[in-house]
Unconditional design. Structure first.
Lengths: 335, 290
């Protein structure tokens, strides 16, 4: 992807981001009740309320307020959480790494699963591995995504209780983290007790997120590989005497990747969205879990901050997917 | 070919022509409707009645069970079976109301965009694109935050998020139908635009709509379960499948069955709606049937 096309892609995300900002701003205005009323305790005098209104710029026109909102945003000021009485930026900064780590592990599991199953199924097309993998993805797709986390809890937390089903690490393990990236930090510091504990806790939530993606991706990759196998260059490779394995892996697979990447890219945004619920189910202390608490407490500054953070994550992810797509498709690279 | 007038137009003929999927799906649907309507007579106990001396009773096949509580009791000694039965009411309400309203909104917009084309279509298509770019989870969080938790918030959230699902399909299908000879004939004999749209095109996309509608019901059941799981649907003591799962999650180690039953209900309901949708699609669509 050339610098120019990257820039153009970045420009395309500006309207989306602006839309999110507007929705976010309107959110605070249309909510029934005065936002100030939610911030103050009982016994506040009318002067206190007036003061607060001036501090938050609520005595200005709507347009002025929107400008204030944008200005604060650029200064990295997202306000104070009503329920937790802390700076929203700090709160999000503490939780975002947790969610990023979870999403990262989930995406890695998904990619390994898709590539592994996709290649296996197309290698043994028409034999039992393909039948088995097809049955698996059909089954996964039939069950609503949201239930996988709960089913894992029942299977691996209760039936064969060998996996932790709550929290981020064992409370008995001592760890004095410098960052919130526990998994990466413990690995880099060589603290394998902590690493094992964090990894154990991340596996089930990550797997619940990855499973629906694996099912969709495997099907697509398999059919694209099989389609590629009918192409002339595969015939040529056969004539040259390449082994079946080599033909699938080095000839058909790279060409089958493009449609798979396009679709799994879209699915990955679902995965990020899915963290909200999965974190809740597994008591995982990430951004999504905080988002639900914020909605229950109607903590508007915090909700706004989280929605904005998620929106930026989606936009960045979409750009990354476009870049991967361009990287994989030589015809687009010189666009 | 079996589709004589009789087969196409009588209820008996419909059942004869129906695929096994349709019959399975229809049975599940009717079972849910019946359970929801007859809840007060079917449920052995009041779903809210607490009996703290009898908390965490196991289901009937486990030793120590009380035959009065077939599927056991929860942490407050409430009868799980009765709560599941009353839970169908919430699930069915959301499935019917949310899916129908979503369908009406999406279909209307899709019909107009597909039929009139031009700037109407451009406007609608842009809106759908923007909508699809916005993650559903975030949108539902924002909506529930604005509206406040409750069943009405769940229904509004489903409508606002999912109308695009109908709109896209209906728009495309309307465009296809507009190219057909029968629409051209309708133009020739001088039917007004409105009659063409509602008397000619709409009946022809009805099979598609019915299958979309049943699929949407399955989605609605899941969305309601999710939102009541996180405590953003109806009041917390009311019996909902999602709420039951959430309570079960809290006592997973004492009473894992508390989670098993509502999960089963949701899976059966969703698979039923999906089977009905897919089955009806192939039964009602004359092209697919051949």
């Amino acid at each position: 992807m050339t610098a120019a096309s990257l820039l153009r892609r970045l420009m395309l995300s500006v309207p989306t981001l602006f839309g999110v900002l507007v929705i976010n701003f309107v959110l605070l205005r249309v909510v029934p009740g005065d936002p100030i009323a939610m911030m103050i305790g009982p016994g506040a005098t009318p002067e206190d309320i007036q003061n607060l209104r001036e501090i938050y710029g609520l005595d200005q026109s709507i347009f002025q307020q929107f400008l204030f909102y944008i200005r604060d945003l650029f200064n990295g000021n997202l306000g104070i959480s009503i329920s937790m009485r802390q700076d929203v930026v700090e709160l999000i900064g503490g939780r975002l790494p947790v969610t990023l780590e979870l999403a990262f592990v989930a995406i890695v599991i998904a990619l390994v699963g898709i590539v592994g199953f996709g290649i296996t199924a197309s290698m043994w097309k028409g034999h039992w591995p393909e039948v088995l993998i097809d049955a698996f993805s059909g089954f996964v797709q039939a069950v609503p995504d949201f239930l996988w986390g709960l089913l894992f809890i029942l299977i691996f937390g209760v039936l064969w209780a060998f996996m932790p089903i709550f929290g981020r690490m064992d409370l008995t393990v001592e760890f004095d983290p410098a960052t919130q990236f526990y998994l990466f930090e413990s690995l880099l510091r060589g603290d394998f007790v902590v690493f094992a504990s964090v990894l154990q806790h991340i596996v089930l939530p990550a797997l619940s997120l990855a499973l629906p993606l694996i099912a969709v991706g495997t099907r697509l990759l398999k059919s694209s590989i099989i389609e590629s196998m009918a192409q002339d260059y595969v015939q040529l490779a056969r004539v040259k005497g390449f082994s079946h394995f080599r033909i699938v892996v080095s000839q058909a697979f790279p060409n089958a990747l493009i449609p798979t990447v396009t679709l799994t890219g879209v699915q990955m945004t679902f995965l990020i969205g899915g963290t909200v619920l999965v974190e809740r189910i597994f008591g995982y202390p990430g951004l999504g879990n905080m988002a639900i608490d914020a909605v229950i407490n109607r903590d508007l500054p915090l909700i706004q901050g989280i929605v904005l953070t998620f929106a930026v994550m989606f936009i960045v992810l979409n750009i990354l997917i476009d870049m991967t797509y361009a990287f994989l498709n030589p015809r687009l690279r010189h666009d | 070919m079996t589709d004589s007038i009789l087969v196409r137009h009588s209820p008996l003929g419909f059942v004869l022509a129906a695929s096994p999927r349709t019959i399975v799906g229809l049975s599940v649907f009717l079972l849910i409707v019946f359970t929801a309507i007859a809840s007060p007579w079917l449920a052995p106990h009041d779903p809210l009645e607490q009996d703290l001396l009898n908390s965490f009773l196991p289901p009937f096949w486990v030793s120590g069970a009380d035959p009065a509580f077939l599927l056991g009791t929860d942490n407050l000694g409430r009868d799980v079976l009765s709560r599941l039965i009353y839970g169908t009411r919430v699930a069915l309400t959301v499935a019917l109301v949310a899916a129908t309203l979503t369908g009406i909104l999406g279909t209307t917009v899709g019909l107009l965009a597909g039929f009139y084309g031009g700037w109407v279509d451009t406007l609608v298509s842009r809106m759908v694109d923007i909508w699809m770019a916005f993650p559903a989870v975030l949108l539902s969080i924002v909506l529930v935050a604005v509206i406040g938790a409750g069943l009405h918030a769940v229904i509004i959230a489903i409508i606002v998020i999912d109308w695009t699902r109908f709109c896209r399909v209906v728009r495309a299908e309307t465009m296809v139908q507009c190219q057909q000879d029968y629409v051209a004939s309708a133009v020739t004999i001088g039917l007004s635009r409105r009659r063409r749209l509602f008397k000619e095109i709409l009946p022809n996309i009805l099979p598609l709509l019915i299958s979309l509608l049943t699929l949407e019901m399955g989605i609605a059941v899941v969305v309601e379960a999710i939102l009541s799981y996180v405590g953003l649907s109806v009041a917390s003591d009311a019996a909902t499948w999602g709420g039951l799962i959430q309570e079960g999650r809290l006592y997973i180690n004492q009473a894992p069955w508390l989670m098993v039953f509502p999960i089963t209900c949701i899976v059966v309901a969703v698979l039923g709606f999906n089977a009905l949708g897919d089955g009806l699609r192939s039964t009602l669509d004359p092209v697919l049937r051949r």
